[in-house]
Design a protein around this ligand. Structure first.
Ligand code: FAD
Length: 249
């Protein structure tokens, strides 16, 4: 597969890229097991931008819409940002992550709004999956930090996920649940969630990751009487759908 910098751009597309995107290059790629890459980008275009924890960046791939990633940190003075990418093995960005190399040039859009983590009161329950680990780590950069946040993740591999979460400092209050056929594991997540909300009804919910899981948990908490304004949903991917860009409701 062609990396983003060398893939040929069409005339219209290259004009688009010049207009809206920023240039950056890969400063560091750290494999965190086989399934994750901690990627740091650097570029003058990243200096003095506005970044709110939970914002996404969208990396451009020729002929395709951008692919969204969530910086877990952004140094606006140095023009560097770091995100944790999940190598799920089914898409162009995932393949790029697996072979990303230092010095590669790329185009990106953002940071742009996806989820304002700083606006979510505590206590907070944060649900997601492997694609949400970086977002979970970005909570540290909010004024209240990690205080009063409990994390629940559905994952393929508990071992690989634990290592990745430790690497980015998401270790307290973490529950990992391994995926099961027909999403049976969601029964457990759902009952833990509704029990926690029963004990602390003011808890704010942030649901990220797989669209169908978010939908199911959203319905469950609404049935349990949690007001819609207490829940923030941002789907990060759905089976068979390419290039999700983050839809909030
Ligand atoms: C706001 C936002 C923030 C995000 N932040 C991050 C982040 O920080 N880190 C991160 O790793 N991802 C993040 N994602 C998810 C990431 O953008 C998607 O996984 C994206 O599909 C990857 O692009 P791709 O080219 O690899 O796959 P695509 O071309 O988009 O999709 C190809 C196929 O892969 C499938 N697929 C996509 N994701 C997964 C998955 N997780 N597991 C199994 N199959 C999958 C799709 O359903 C599709 O069938 C974010 C998404 C959004 C909307």
């Amino acid at each position: 597969m062609l990396p983003p910098s060398t893939a040929p751009l069409g005339v219209v597309e290259s004009a688009f890229h010049r207009l809206v995107s920023r240039r950056a290059r890969v400063r560091k790629v750290e494999p965190v097991g086989d399934a994750f890459r901690l990627v740091t980008l650097v570029g003058e275009d990243l200096e003095d931008r506005r970044w709110t924890p939970g914002d996404m960046i969208q990396i451009g791939f020729a002929g395709l819409a951008g692919r969204a990633y969530t910086p877990l940190s952004f140094d606006l003075r140095a023009g560097t940002t770091t995100f944790l990418g999940y190598v799920h093995g089914h898409g162009i960005a995932s393949s790029w992550l697996a072979s990303a190399t230092i010095g590669e040039q790329l185009f990106l859009v953002g940071p742009r709004s996806a989820l304002d983590l700083g606006a979510v009161n505590r206590p907070m329950i944060f649900f997601g999956d492997e694609t949400s680990f970086g977002t979970a780590a970005a909570i540290r950069a909010t004024p209240e930090g990690m205080r009063g946040v409990a994390f629940s993740f559905e994952v393929e591999s508990e071992g690989a996920s634990r290592i990745a979460l430790e690497r980015i400092g998401v270790t307290n209050g973490v529950t990992l649940t391994t995926r099961e056929p027909q999403d049976r594991h969601l029964d457990r997540i759902e009952s833990d969630l509704t029990r926690a909300l029963g004990a602390a009804p003011q808890t704010r919910c942030v649901f990220t990751g797989k669209a169908s899981s978010i939908q199911r948990l959203y319905k469950a908490v609404r049935r349990a009487g949690v007001p819609a304004k207490q829940v923030t949903n941002v789907a990060y991917w759905a089976p068979g759908r390419k290039g999700f860009s983050g839809v909030q409701r």
